[in-house]
Design a protein around this ligand. Sequence first.
Ligand code: GLA
Length: 543
Amino acid sequence: MKKLYLVLAAFAFSLTACQKEAVTNEPLSSNETTHFLPPLMGWSSWNTYHVNISEELIKSQADAMVSTGLKDAGYLYINTDDGFFGWRDETGLMHTHPDRFPRGMKPVADHIHSLGLKAGIYSDAGTNTCGSMGDNDERGIGSGLYGHEQIDLDLYLKEWGFDFIKIDFCGGSELGLDEETQYTNIVNAIHRTGRDDVSINICRWAYPGIWAEKIARSWRMSGDIQDDWGSVKRIIGESLYLSAFAGNGHYNDMDMLEIGRSLTPSEEEVHFGIWCIMSSPLLIGCDMTNIRPSSLELMKNKELIALDQDPLGIQAYVAQRFGDCYVFVKDIEQLHGNARAVAFYNPTEEPFTFNIDLKTLELGGNVKMRDLVHHTDLGDFNGVFSYTVQPHGVLIVRAEAAQRLEADTYEAEWAYLPFYNELGTRRRMINFTPEEQASGGMVVSNIGGQEGNDIIWRNVYSETGGDYEMTIYYTAKNLRTAKTRSLVVSVNGEALPMIDDLTGDDLQALKVNVHLNPGYNTVSMSNPYFWAPDIDRFTLKKN
Ligand code: GLA
């Protein structure tokens, strides 16, 4: 099975492999090197130009990607967003905008390729594009993929030779299309073009559900970013609990960068740094022919780019919350190794001093800290780490500990929820719900009630394996029809007997004994028939 996993992982980017069984339910193993495609890096025309684009403009941005050194820093894609559409002829064939792209899109893609770069294009899953609605671009009416999937994708990917496609959903929403069905139709049409190397972005402005990982290299998880701090902060707030849904070469897309526009230098550090620790795609959104030096330097910051492109391809999770301030952490370089990346994020209007016990970050003994934004060593720390972060600021470090500790707490906010999405399509959807008494301020609610609606931790680590006492913290609030709740705990697919009669509005602690294997284990909590209690976290203590 381990072999199969590695093979699937190596080809996770090809459409054929992406359409196979999701490999993400496999527990991870700490000494495997992965071979995933990293988050995509490049530039996109939308943030600065909206639909006001042209052949000359796109070509000059591609030239600037090379002359600024951004290509050498790892940025590879030049993506033409909405605005190139012209009209469909009687055969259904799409033509480009007569003024903006009078020679069609092939010369654009050819120019980009001649520079050793890759070319991206845009469409909509429905009939009309977003630009036809939000930007009054009437050329976008009837220009989406719906009903023209094969003819459009053959043109864009096979004839013009584009290597990436962002697929929006304004037209899809207008028609009331089912996301999974229509994006699957589209990906099947892409497969039929014979291009198995095309990167796909789902642009549905919300976490779409785990089906997306079989289709796309990335998916947008928020509404559109704007050129202001409030928007950066909002998107970070929406990405707090999505870490379990990224991985294996598939990423949450926090949207195109607003760096080099009107954010302050410190806000730009937050924006770029958090996008990197979250392993978001990095798509520059400013005019690359005229970038102020500090913004250019930040976007070329090698240590932050390495964090984004880290070979493990995982997203940071919330290790600790202090009101509106958060500490994010993720493994880098090696799973369960001694090095981790940590971000101390202060979005508030006052300076904030973080005091964090390094054990919470699973870091033991002497811990060396290096500031990745400013390329400076902060020194060696032991015990509690204290650091003051300025308003709208962040400290991002590579922390290397003498000893990597076993986690003793697993928060519900870190778990994989196969039935979760943010499309608002189901009543009583499994969800992250604020709960004052919960350790991270959140519980996962609406677990169970049916087969598969589970909460799953796929990375429960035990150095040597053995018997543990597991304490599960839950609430059983808002009991409607049933008077109690019940829960099935499984470890590595083996279910313990169902635990019945769970009640209590306040946070409750429930103890069970479990056996863990050495390395990574999968723990799940479910209930195939009834509602399970809301879960805050579980802790482990070795017997
Ligand atoms: C939507 C997308 C944006 C952009 C525009 C184009 O709003 O979310 O990123 O592509 O459409 O019209």
